[in-house]
Design a protein around this ligand. Structure first.
Ligand code: ZN
Length: 238
């Protein structure tokens, strides 16, 4: 992973789903860049709560630090429902959350990050934004091959060639455990940011916003809830 050079003139486009990881990435980018915009992708997720969480987290971040409010620019939502129909998974269709014949989780949407990064690179080019920031992580490996840094490196190369200019994709969480991601949020925005991510960000695959746990809302037994719960418990027990 390239070493991020903090630059007050730098601008970023954050791939922002409204989950814990991308909320932390958004705070990370706001801490480093003069101008930050967000992009979300509607690929027919079963749960609209993710899209609502995006709005709540963005608004909440402005209250965490006044300088972040000044730096946070527009949000963009890209309609990828056609892609979602091609790549139907347990996130977009009514299928059990399990492992398939290849050993991949049924929540895997084939090539999702490749499509997202291509769209984000096009948007960043048009908006004049310098770097892409994504919450991909290979430490608490959820079994998604397109979250590995090797995939991201290949995308940087492909996009740089295809756009004929250097494309940088920052993945600040790539080497962090979920516990370390909470610690990063604490370093960036202290208790108010941790509280915002707990309360407003959404991770649960089942879209459960009824059950509030110490680590936030969720069903409590899907793989995403498991990761989030264990990471939070490890962080508070540090
Ligand atoms: Zn869940």
């Amino acid at each position: 992973m390239s070493e991020f050079q903090p630059d007050p003139a730098q601008s970023a486009l954050v791939l922002f789903s409204g989950g814990q990881d991308s909320a932390t990435c958004l705070a990370w980018a706001l801490d480093r860049c003069a101008r930050v915009e967000t992009v979300g992708f509607d690929y027919g997720q079963r749960h609209a709560v993710e899209m609502e969480a995006r709005i709540e987290v963005r608004e909440g971040l402005k209250a965490v630090r006044p300088d972040w409010a000044e730096r946070l620019g527009p949000d963009h939502v890209v309609d990828l429902t056609g892609y979602g129909r091609i790549a139907d998974s347990a996130l977009t269709a009514d299928r059990a959350i399990d492992l398939d014949a290849r050993g991949l989780p049924t929540t895997f949407v084939p090539g999702r990050n490749l499509v997202f990064l291509s769209c984000a690179a096009a948007l960043a080019d048009r908006r004049g934004l310098d770097v892409l920031v994504g919450g991909m992580c290979e430490t608490d490996f959820s079994g998604y091959p397109d979250c590995r840094r090797a995939t991201i490196d290949a995308m940087e190369t492909a996009l740089s060639l295809g756009l004929d200019r250097p494309v940088t994709i920052e993945t600040p969480l790539m080497a962090l455990t979920k516990a370390e991601t909470w610690a990063l949020a604490d370093r960036l925005g202290g208790a108010p940011l941790v509280e915002l991510i707990l309360e407003a960000s959404h991770t649960c695959y089942r879209g459960d916003r009824e059950h509030r746990h110490a680590w936030g809302y969720g069903c409590g037994d899907c793989p995403a809830c498991d990761l989030r719960a264990v990471g939070y418990q490890q962080w508070v027990a540090r």
